[in-house]
Write a protein that binds this ligand. Structure first.
Ligand code: ATP
Ligand code: MG
Length: 413
């Protein structure tokens, strides 16, 4: 038997309905906020991710599915969506008519990580991006939309945490301040953080190691070192969130694992999924479009992990329930049942029958499995009379119905 690859999952019927519900809810809610879908390829030039996500990040350092294709091109299976969306935005000059674009995407992403609950090698993200607006109203709008999406799913978790990572003016200054603080505690940090001390010292702030947590407990916070512009932007974002009625908490230790973030950054976190606490995350990336060779246009966006959203939705039942099950006794009745079924399906009624149904008992077992809203039983007498009993399964009420798809469809609606 050939099995699937570790960390690459099948999404089977029974589970897939939950996914469809999540995706449909995202399309509906994002549509309310004026977002259009963009579909981006799975394979990109490796340079795209190196340049955008950053060489010293976990993703680029150790998680990418990169290979050289038959044409000697260095390519990578996308580990995230923002870089590709911005590459497309620049390549197709979507900014020429209007720099403001509101785009969303959904699909598989690939990272070579240790598979565990809520963490896979092929996983799925739904993400959204807004370009061309630096005004903090857009920060609040994106966050409000994301919270609206989770509320629409009926989830009270995850909750929103926000931070600001400053800009190229204030972050380098803060970075030095933090390095000075960490220098005296270097021996207490984990090996990863020691190694990242020069290249990416901020990562020590959100390191999961208990030693790092302790060593950085009193570390200076970016929020206290923002320049005037970033400070105003963060304060205004908070005011707009309050205006929108969007509940948030400040987490001044949040450091996103991608280099391109500036100013507002955020995570939607939950206590219900163990170590995999981030359900969605994102932030502003005001320098990214220019870094990728486009014009100086700002951006902000997020991505959520669909597997984690599906885990939060838990055992809720989303399975489709057919409208009608037709049971039939004898060859002629089964042919008639088949004719009715095809006619009804064409009229938009979902119908099941037991294609190879033998005894009535085994057909009724299938009927129970389908849990259809109505059942219709056809035997010899019904064939002769051209009528059968249609039963509503939830109420138990029943009545005669003519064996005609249009008439049956009418009764079921
Ligand atoms: P984590 O801290 O859990 O590794 P991350 O910071 O790497 O998350 P992002 O790159 O911001 O995550 O991606 C956004 C979302 O995508 C995450 O919040 C999470 O829900 C989901 N996600 C990321 N990596 C995985 C994975 N390997 N398997 C499943 N979901 C993932
Ligand atoms: Mg990660």
């Amino acid at each position: 038997m050939i099995t699937g690859i570790k960390g690459f999952n099948d999404i089977l019927p029974g589970e897939v309905e939950r996914w469809q519900h999540i995706e449909a809810t995202a399309r509906r809610v994002f549509g309310l906020y004026g977002f259009a879908e963009i579909r981006i390829p799975i394979l990109e030039k490796t340079d795209l991710f190196r340049r955008s996500i950053g060489d010293t990040t976990d993703i680029v350092e150790k998680e990418m599915y990169s290979f050289v294709d038959k044409g000697e091109n260095a390519v990578t299976m996308r580990p995230e969506g923002t870089a590709s969306v911005m590459r497309a935005y620049i390549e197709h000059k979507l900014y020429a008519q209007d720099p403001v674009a509101k785009l969303y995407y959904m699909g598989p992403m690939f990272r070579y990580e240790r598979p565990q609950k809520g963490r896979y090698r092929q996983f799925h993200q739904i993400g959204a991006e807004v370009t061309g607006v630096t005004d903090p109203k857009v920060d609040a709008q994106v966050l409000t939309m994301l919270c609206h999406f989770f509320a629409e799913l009926g989830l009270s978790e995850p909750t929103l945490q926000i931070n600001s990572l400053g800009c190229p003016e204030c972050r380098p200054v803060y970075r030095e301040t933090l390095k000075t603080f960490l220098r005296e505690r270097l021996d207490q940090l984990c090996d990863d953080c020691k190694r990242r001390y020069e290249t990416n010292p901020l990562r020590a702030l959100d390191c999961k190691s208990a030693h790092c947590k302790e060593a950085t407990a009193g570390a200076p916070a970016m929020l206290d070192h923002l320049c005037a512009g970033c400070d105003d932007h963060f304060a205004a974002t908070r005011r707009h969130l309050e205006r929108a009625g969007t509940i948030y908490a400040i987490n001044n230790r949040m450091v996103r694992g991608l280099d391109y973030y500036t100013r507002t950054t955020f995570e939607l976190v939950t206590g219900l999924l163990g170590a995999q606490s981030a359900v969605a995350a994102g932030g502003r990336y005001d320098g990214l479009i220019a870094d990728l060779g486009g014009p100086a246009i700002s951006g902000i966006g997020f991505a959520m992990g669909v597997e984690r959203v599906a885990l939060l939705l838990g055992g809720q039942e989303f399975a489709r329930r057919p409208d009608l099950f037709i049971a039939a006794l004898g060859g002629e009745s089964q042919d008639e049942a088949f004719r009715l079924m095809c006619g009804l399906q064409r009229l938009g009624v979902s119908v099941e029958m037991d294609y190879e149904g033998k005894s009535l008992k085994s057909q009724m077992r299938r009927s129970d499995k389908f849990n259809a809203r109505f059942t219709l039983i056809i035997g010899g007498d019904e064939l002769v009379n051209g009528k059968a009993v249609l039963k509503a399964m939830d109420t138990g009420t029943q009545g005669d119905v003519v064996l005609d798809p249009a008439v049956i469809a009418e009764q079921i609606r």
